[in-house]
Every structure is written in structure tokens, then in C-alpha cells.
Design a binder for this molecule. Structure first.
Ligand SMILES: [Zn+2]
Length: 118
């Protein structure tokens, strides 16, 4: 069982005109980065997504509707984007299992080699 979701990296207000309602101060660009999570680990991936919404007409502006100007501004923001480095973190339960396995392994080796005996 694992889940995948996006968390917000950066939000920017664009001064371009909305292709839907032509309002010029209501476009909001959001950059998101992907995070996967399971019971045993949490990982940040390199996958990013961006979304453009108009706060005035409350619709999502899909890339197919972007004007050249919007494309340029989005590109500009993309270049300045600081993504979080890819990383994987194990959850405490995973560390617990690992430590348990290692202890059992060491005990087994010590018994097998006769270093300790009951
Ligand atoms: Zn609009």
C-alpha cells in the first residue's frame, strides 16, 4: 500500500491576461512536487507538475490554452524553481524491523560459531 501526492513548492501570481475572462491580475501559477508514501517509507521524487488557475473565473487554465506570453512567464518561473532533492526516508517501524533483524542475525552467528552458548 502506497500513496502518491503532490505538495506545493511555489505559488506565483502572474500579470498575464486570463484566456477565459481576460482579467489581468488573477492568474495563479502553482508548482508541485511528487511525494510517495507507504507504511514503511516516505520518498520525494523528481517529478514536478505545474498548474495555472484563474482566481477570478475559478477555472484551471490548461497548457493548450496558454498564450505565448503565459508560456514564457511559466518557463521563467520554472527556471527559478528550487525543487527539493530526491530523498527517501524510512519510517520508525522500518528501522525497528531492521534493528530486530540485525540483532537476530548477530545472535544466530554468535550461537552458530559457539562464541556464546546457553
Ligand atoms: Zn479568468
Amino acid at each position: 500500500m502506497s500513496s502518491s501526492r503532490f505538495f506545493t513548492l511555489k505559488e506565483a501570481r502572474l500579470s498575464n491576461n486570463c484566456p477565459e475572462c481576460y482579467s489581468n491580475d488573477s492568474l495563479e501559477l502553482t508548482f508541485k512536487q511528487n511525494l510517495t508514501e507507504s507504511k514503511f517509507h516516505k520518498a520525494i521524487t523528481n517529478e514536478t507538475a505545474c498548474e495555472l488557475r484563474c482566481l477570478n473565473c475559478e477555472v484551471q487554465i490548461f497548457p493548450i490554452m496558454w498564450t505565448d506570453d503565459i508560456d514564457r512567464v511559466v518557463d521563467y518561473h520554472k527556471r527559478g524553481l528550487k525543487t527539493k532533492p530526491k530523498s527517501t526516508k524510512l519510517k520508525p517501524i522500518t528501522w525497528g524491523i531492521l534493528v530486530f533483524v540485525i540483532v537476530v542475525l548477530i545472535a544466530t552467528i554468535l550461537f552458530a560459531t559457539g562464541i556464546i552458548s546457553i
